[in-house]
Design a protein around this ligand. Structure first.
Ligand SMILES: *Cc1c(COP(=O)(O)O)cnc(C)c1O
Length: 350
């Protein structure tokens, strides 16, 4: 096993994390008299500071994911969690990360923001991981390897064998961004016990329909989660606001709504794929709540602006390999009907 402590930035390891008034009390009971935090005593349901440990929410996630509570870290959206990961483990102007293109743009932004080199390796023709090529590009300075599965923007689920090969062979942390995992594929959380260099990142933004709430989380070995907590808690001594904690609890508790809404998205994805194929589009197999499509006869850029002129926004990327593709989010039946009508008009098929 590798020494995980060597992966943590020296100053993060050495620092004394900030501690809030409430951090000092572990067993708060509702009937206590709270005169310690300069709160306003009059009840507004939000007059008290939130639980700095987010115990109730972490307990629920830990129960659902079958992991101890100290292997879960919460953040304001998974974008923040990804930023914490870079800041806890990568020394600016010294360390590097490795990303697999095309992928989620935030990894490159975080590398630039934190002055970390980003080694970019292309995914294969079918957007899977070429393990040998990845291992060849790894440098001694490479601390993190970002894998997005299902991958944004291609939508495919990464091969589990490739992921485990990397977990075994790579001498740093493997971060698997599972923002879309509930729409397809198997979560890598089950590998956490076996590989202590694995961090799995998930979010309530997509499958839980709570993008506006800003709640994401990381799961991994105790040492890694503790390091992330040092960075997180020092900037926000109350890492998640009270509304976010309450709403996230309610959402994760509502298994029926969750299953039903995922199922609806997956069914609609199937329908939309067939309708798009019937219009002559090539559509990549998707395990996410979006599809990546291209048309052999029509430029994606033109289709993109044509749709926009009709009030329909899809995503167009002016990037190698995907610059003739459109990434289309699965909407309601009505949204998709509007999309198909607009596309038929643009293709002259109406
Ligand atoms: C949408 C998305 C996120 C961001 O999620 P938030 O939790 O809303 O910050 C992270 N990773 C990927 C790959 C995404 O597509």
């Amino acid at each position: 096993m590798m020494n995980l402590n060597n992966l943590i930035r020296k100053n993060v390891k050495a620092m004394k994390p900030y501690s809030s008034a409430r951090d000092e009390f572990k067993d708060l009971k509702a009937d206590m008299v709270f005169l310690d935090a300069n709160e306003n005593p009059f009840e507004t349901t939000l007059n008290r500071y939130p639980d700095p440990q987010q115990t109730a929410l972490k307990e629920l996630i830990s129960k659902q994911k079958e992991l101890p509570i100290n292997q879960v870290l919460l953040g304001n959206g998974s974008d923040e969690v990804l930023d914490l990961i870079v800041r806890a483990f990568c020394e600016p102007n010294q360390d590097s990360i490795l990303t697999l293109l095309p992928t989620y743009g935030m990894y490159s932004v975080l590398a630039q923001l934190n002055s970390i080199e980003n080694i970019e390796v292309s995914l294969s023709k079918d957007f899977n991981i070429n393990v040998d090529q990845v291992l060849k590009q790894v440098k001694p300075s490479t601390k993190l390897l970002f894998i997005c599965s299902p991958n944004n923007p291609s939508g495919n689920i990464m091969d589990v064998n490739a992921v485990t090969r990397l977990l075994k062979a790579f001498d740093g942390l493997v971060v698997i961004d599972e923002a879309y995992i509930d729409f397809g594929g198997e979560s890598a959380t089950q590998l956490i016990d076996e590989y202590d260099n694995l961090l799995v990142v998930q979010t309530l933004s997509k499958s839980r329909a709570l993008a506006g709430l800003r709640v994401g989380f990381a799961m991994g070995s105790k040492t890694l989660i503790e390091a992330l907590g040092r960075v997180k808690n020092s900037f926000n001594s109350y890492p998640l606001d009270i509304v976010a904690q309450r709403a996230a609890l309610a959402s994760i508790d509502d298994e029926d709504y969750f299953r039903n809404s995922c199922e609806r998205v997956i069914n609609t994805r199937k329908t939309l794929c067939s309708s798009m194929k019937a219009l002559g589009f090539d559509v990549l197999p998707s395990g996410a709540n979006f599809i990546l499509a291209s048309h052999p006869q029509y430029s994606a850029r033109k289709l993109f602006s044509g749709l926009r002129d009709q009030g329909i926004l899809v995503r167009y990327f002016d990037k190698p390999r995907i610059d003739n593709h459109l990434r289309i989010t699965i909407g309601t039946d009505e949204d998709n009907e509007a999309l198909l009508i607009a596309l038929r008009a643009l293709l002259g098929n109406d």
